[in-house]
Design a protein around this ligand. Structure first.
Ligand code: SF4
Length: 163
């Protein structure tokens, strides 16, 4: 059985074209200023069809990550099927974000594939949940997951739920 360490150490040199190993977080990664006020920046790690649901949920277009206000939060959404081949690159995105922004991102597993392997759970090549790699703060179920559920989870994590 593969371990957390095995997955993180899987070679991923061939994935340069995905841009996931690019360390220029401000210039290359596309961030969504979720509330339009600089309080929460969200990065989608789009790996399969769930990324279309992310696009449907996002209230604004993505852009560069500016210098962050000290109160600003960052969140990374893993949307789509994580394969063992891709898993270390996904972990590198999250680790790199923490190093470069100086704050641990909120990590959201968006959809059945990211959370458990989804319809491909019995594939030898598919990771059975991104939580085998990184700590996950929230899971959004569904195949596909509803876009409004992602917005609701972010509102909850940010304390923006109306009482
Ligand atoms: S959970 Fe369903 S919709 Fe999302 S990436 Fe997997 S197969 Fe596609």
């Amino acid at each position: 059985m593969r371990t957390h360490r095995d997955l993180r150490e899987f070679p991923y040199n061939g994935l340069v074209s995905f841009g996931l190993d690019n360390e220029d977080y401000r210039g290359v990664m596309r961030w969504v200023d979720w509330y339009g006020d600089g309080s929460l920046y969200v990065l989608d790690v789009g790996l399969a069809c769930c990324t279309l649901e992310f696009d449907a949920a996002a209230p604004t277009a993505a852009g560069r990550l500016p210098s962050l206000d000290e109160r600003a939060r960052v969140a990374i959404v893993i949307s789509g099927t994580v394969t063992d081949r891709l898993a270390p690159a996904v972990a590198a995105v999250i680790d790199g974000c923490e190093q470069q922004t100086g704050r641990r991102p909120v990590v959201i597993s968006f959809g059945a594939c990211a959370s458990s392997g989804g319809p491909y759970w019995d594939s030898y090549a598919v990771t059975k949940g991104v939580d085998q790699l990184v700590a996950v703060d929230a899971y959004v179920p569904g195949c596909p997951p509803p876009p409004e559920a992602l917005a609701a989870v972010l509102d909850q994590l940010m304390g923006r739920v109306a009482s």
